[in-house]
Design a protein around this ligand. Structure first.
Ligand SMILES: [Fe+2]
Length: 457
């Protein structure tokens, strides 16, 4: 007994109209919608116009044979099932037809039970195809999501690994860590706040309300969010990540781990800057001792450092860069430790050879701090504080923007202090006169934009 089948839309094709008509009639009686045509080409047109589930066709027809019709019809409706009817059903014909995507065949003459049986096979094959397709879709969706989450996990692990590495080895662990986090989260800005103050940040995006958000995260000891920002508590503040799109649960979870690393980075940062300050203090004392031997140079480096910090504030430099500028300013003449005193403090005019010796002090200064990794960022300031905007300076003859900005800033402050200080051959110049001299050197010795800013100080 063959199971009853649901209703299907059938197109019957046979050049013998009586057979086509008969078959369509039987199919309708069985509850299906069926129509017939007597020409393969007409059948193709119908397939183009209308959706069918099943095509039942005679194999031998004058204009377009059954197999060609099936092939062309399947190109139009790939889901179409096909049955063939033939009076000459040999085994080879049947096997060939099945291989070419025909579900079953009916041998003429056939009765209602053969038709039912063939239809039942068609429905079974349809159902199986559907199930297989659903399974494949479900499987590929699962593979895709597994791949995605694996990729994400790998990216997360890489982030944690990179964070650990740079926290241990970087000269500015906090700043580098924020950069890494910012890039991982595709954030507009990542900042660490303590007591409502941004102590370091990556990217731009001063967001309204992040101070309150950070304070809330710190006080309540749990993650806080608002549109465009998330704050995770740290020991003494919060890590805030700002971006325009939502954070997933996984991302927020990872942020908790990341915040612990940031805490370590802050500790290491303070340790490094403590070391830096201690070392800079020692070298600065040495420099002051040398400068103290000459009454004209006494206190020069300290004054330059103070003025450089004021100028840095005026220029709106971030705290980190200001601190670097101060360090660079305190150390800028450390190379004078290596210059013979009789040349350094010579009262009369220097010979060419003596002048060459003096000119070596930026490079000697750089060498003094070279072994100290935590002063790496101050090296270019020390080396280049005697470069000139027009390229006529030393030691490298850098031009314009090639000169590190901190070194260009320092060079102005350095010159100003020298101008207003007493020299063996003249008294210190009044500030107005000193500024005038700086102005005359704008565009040749110094960056004209910086000179304009310095005058506005
Ligand atoms: Fe110098």
């Amino acid at each position: 007994m063959v199971a009853p089948v649901e209703s299907v839309r059938v197109l019957v094709v046979d050049d013998e109209e009586s057979i086509a008509q008969l078959l369509a009639g039987i199919l309708r009686n069985e509850g299906h919608s069926a129509e017939y045509v007597t020409d393969g080409r007409i059948a193709l047109n119908r397939v183009r116009d209308q959706r069918f589930d099943l095509l039942v066709t005679d194999l031998r027809m004058p204009e377009l044979d059954g197999m060609s019709l099936i092939e062309q019809a399947k190109e139009i409706q790939p889901d179409l099932d096909a049955l063939i009817m033939t009076a000459f059903a040999s085994t080879e014909t049947a096997v060939d037809a099945l291989r070419r995507g025909v579900t079953d065949y009916l041998s003429k003459p056939f009765g209602v039970s053969e038709i039912r049986e063939a239809l039942s096979k068609v429905m079974e094959s349809r159902a199986q195809r559907l199930t297989e397709r659903q399974q494949v879709e479900a499987l590929s969706a699962r593979v895709e999501s597994t791949e995605e989450s694996l990729e994400q996990k790998l990216a997360d692990l890489t982030l944690l690994h990179d964070l650990a590495r740079l926290i241990a080895g970087s000269t500015s662990p906090l700043h580098d860590a924020l950069g890494l986090i910012g890039r991982h989260y595709v954030a507009d800005c990542v900042a660490v706040l303590e007591d409502g103050r941004v102590i370091d940040h990556y990217g731009e995006g001063g967001h309204r309300g992040i101070r309150d958000l950070a304070t809330r995260a710190r006080d309540q000891r749990c993650t806080q969010s608002m549109p465009g920002a998330v704050a995770v508590p740290l020991a003494a503040g919060a890590l805030v990540v700002m971006r325009s799109f939502e954070f997933s649960t996984e991302e927020l979870h990872l942020l908790g781990t990341v915040a612990r690393d940031v805490g370590v980075a802050i500790e290491n940062d303070r340790l490094r800057s403590g070391q830096r300050r201690a070392y800079v203090g020692i070298v600065a004392t040495l420099i002051e001792a040398i400068e103290a031997k000459d009454r004209f140079n006494r206190g020069h480096s300290r004054r330059v450092a103070d003025l450089a910090v004021r100028f840095g504030c005026h220029l709106g430099l971030p705290e980190r860069e200001r601190e670097l500028l101060e360090t660079g300013a305190k150390l800028h003449d450390s190379g004078k430790i290596g210059i013979p005193e009789e040349i350094l403090n010579k009262k009369g005019k220097l010979t060419d050879e003596e002048y060459e010796v003096i000119k070596s002090h930026p490079v000697i200064g750089e060498q003094i701090i070279l072994p100290l990794e935590f002063l790496a960022e101050a090296r270019p300031i020390v080396r280049h504080h005697h470069e000139r905007y027009d390229g006529a300076g030393y030691p490298d003859g850098l031009v314009g923007d090639e000169i590190p900005r901190a070194a260009a800033i320092l060079s102005i402050v350095d010159a100003y202090d020298a101008l207003v200080s007493d020299r063996p051959y003249r008294d210190g110049l009044p500030p107005a006169r000193a500024l005038q001299i700086l102005d005359e050197g704008a565009g040749t010795q110094w960056d004209p934009d910086l000179i304009r800013e310095f005058r506005a100080l």
